[in-house]
Design a protein around this ligand. Structure first.
Ligand code: ATR
Length: 274
């Protein structure tokens, strides 16, 4: 029987996940489809039980449901539980809902793929202290990167997040800007600069040391002002397309056991958005 998968969120129309997963199903001759489902915050519980009742095999979870869905999930893997956020649900044979999170690992894979990093990087600066920052930082730490310094508009949140890391510390935006030359990897996780209408930068990266890897998890626009300045200042840059594709590929693997072609997908999305 044909299987089906979904992504739930609000808004959801702009999601590129359906197109990506449908392409991978076709490429791998899997008889399945993937649909976007618009779910508002107060409809989440009903939506989860409908997806289950209607035989959905698994779904992705996006803004604003990643943490709110946890009470309706039967079992969490270690990463989702540590992050307190779920982006992938798999419905097991016996109907158990298994929640996982592939966002952080997706980022690390994208970084390693693009820069063929055989070694990990010390002195990491993470800008932001929300869900994305915490997921990426846990995955970076698991992969051996660090020490990690956190900086955030609301300094207290950076301080709080840094406490969960063995060698974590926190700086204000102003102090991070002054010290920016000492970091070897900088990861921008805030929403500042997303979409052309909201240009701007959280802090100025122009003082980076040449060769510093600077990543922004935003992919629309293709190159944020933050990434452009970093590139013009000698940084090696990485936008959010790779992270998006790799988090999806990890979900696909968890559902089907098959590793999809990420390079081709990154190329095709880059061509579309670039
Ligand atoms: P996500 O899951 O995408 O990380 P989030 O948990 O809501 O989303 O976190 C949003 C992050 O973007 C926070 O670090 C937030 O900073 P504050 O903690 O100070 O709110 C940051 N952010 C959002 N808008 C910002 C802005 N205009 N300037 C600087 N930082 C901003």
């Amino acid at each position: 029987m044909k299987k089906w998968y979904a992504v739930i969120g609000d808004p959801i129309a702009q999601s590129m996940s359906p197109e990506m997963h449908e392409a991978w199903f076709r490429e791998n001759q899997i008889n399945a489809s993937y649909i976007p489902v618009h779910v508002k915050a107060d409809e989440l519980e009903a939506a989860v039980s409908s997806l289950k009742r209607l035989g959905c095999s698994g779904w992705n979870v996006t803004v604003p449901h990643k943490t709110a869905i946890i009470p309706f999930i039967d079992k969490l893997d270690e990463t989702a539980s540590r992050m307190n956020a779920v982006n992938t649900v798999k419905v097991l044979e016996d109907g158990t809902l298994y929640g996982m999170n592939t966002d952080g690992q997706g980022f690390v894979r994208s970084l390693q793929e693009v820069y063929a990093l055989g070694e990990t990087i010390g002195n990491v600066l993470v800008i932001g202290a929300g869900g994305a920052a915490s997921g990426i930082s846990f995955a970076l730490e698991d992969a051996g990167f660090g020490p990690i310094t956190f900086t955030n508009r609301t300094f207290e949140k950076a301080l709080q997040l840094s406490g969960g890391f063995s060698s974590g510390s926190a700086l204000s935006f102003k102090d991070a800007e002054s010290a920016i030359g000492k970091f070897e990897l900088i990861v921008q996780t805030t929403s500042v600069g997303m979409n052309y209408a909201r240009s701007g930068i959280p802090l100025d990266p122009s003082g980076i040391t040449e060769g510093t890897i600077v990543a922004d998890i935003i992919y629309n626009p293709f190159e944020t002002d933050f990434l452009r300045i970093a590139r013009e200042s000698g940084g090696k840059t990485l936008n959010g397309i790779g992270m998006f594709v790799h988090q999806g590929a990890l979900s696909f693997e968890l559902w089907t056991g098959i590793t999809p072609d990420t390079r081709k997908m990154i190329q095709s999305i880059s061509t579309k958005l670039g």
